[in-house]
Write a protein that binds this ligand. Sequence first.
Ligand code: KQY
Length: 364
Amino acid sequence: MKILHTTPAQDGFYMPAEFAPHEGCLMIWPERSDSWQYGAYAARKAFLTVIRAIAKSEKMTVLCSETQYDNARAQLPDEVRLVVMETDDAWARDVGPTFVVSRTGERRGIDWGFNAWGGEVDGLYPSWERDNCVARKFCDLLENDCYDKRDFICEGGSIHVDGEGTALVTEACLLSAGRNPDLSRAEIEQVLCDYLGVSKVIWIPSGIYNDETNEHVDNICCFTAPGEVVLAWTDDESDPQYALSRASLAALEAAVDAKGRALTVHRLPLPAPVTITAEECEGLDLCDGEPTRTPGERLAASYVNFYIANGAIVMPAFGDPNDKPAQDMLQMLFPTREIIAVPARDILIGGGNIHCITQQIPKR
Ligand code: KQY
């Protein structure tokens, strides 16, 4: 594997859309006891349901610690590849490489800098060096060359692309003080263009209320096809999310993509606010002497956090009346894929959802 110091755009590489065909998917076995309640037992069951759903149509690779290898191997389906690699937590989307492909059938990875969503400013755990090494190690495993962009803090969940020259990001995240405070908005855009191979960046102001990633785009808005997005939506004007979704709608309606198209925006309903219980908090260990959650805290639940597999949409379900309308809308938008709804509360407690724990590996 070569470490590259050129840029994907200058080498003719670009990030494909998530709805383009995949070779496989990367996930990480959950273990961290201040992220996953009661020793991650319930989280593992939820992750396994996601793994089985994706494995129906893609090759799955799971990373785990040395100490969890036997336990994970015993529970994972035989066809899933399990690799020992040390990580700080289980957010494959954010710590795995962002893959780029060329029109001549090559695939490479991008190794962004990772600082646990904000480093010393507002990072979510005190040490992230193992996570920061995952992208490069995983490229090595796949024998894919890897672009070194560790001087730019970026997570996979903070970017979406349409595969046709457009990227989608939130200002709340990409301009946050804990990411790249020395770069201007224009300089950040240039990095995205150079590394994702896009020519247009659409900025929406915010993400989901109380989303501890500084409001990653992958929880509020994503492309479902070129020129089409879903936006997490509530009609409840008393919900703090209302103003955030409204402002993002205005930005999307004012935007055109790289090909000059106006976007069609599908409003995907949100579940009613989901809060963590005292019993769930009781099952979480302290992080650096501090609790990671407090009883009654609102979690960043959203149906936008789905994974697009080759044969399925794997979406989170919350036992909410809007589970079904959200599923119906996704079926309408992805008519050839099976919609698999996975009970996702035990993933949400960790601070993200299905998109956050999965990283797609595109076909070359
Ligand atoms: O991408 C994500 N949503 C990851 C959230 C990490 C939370 C750590 N507790």
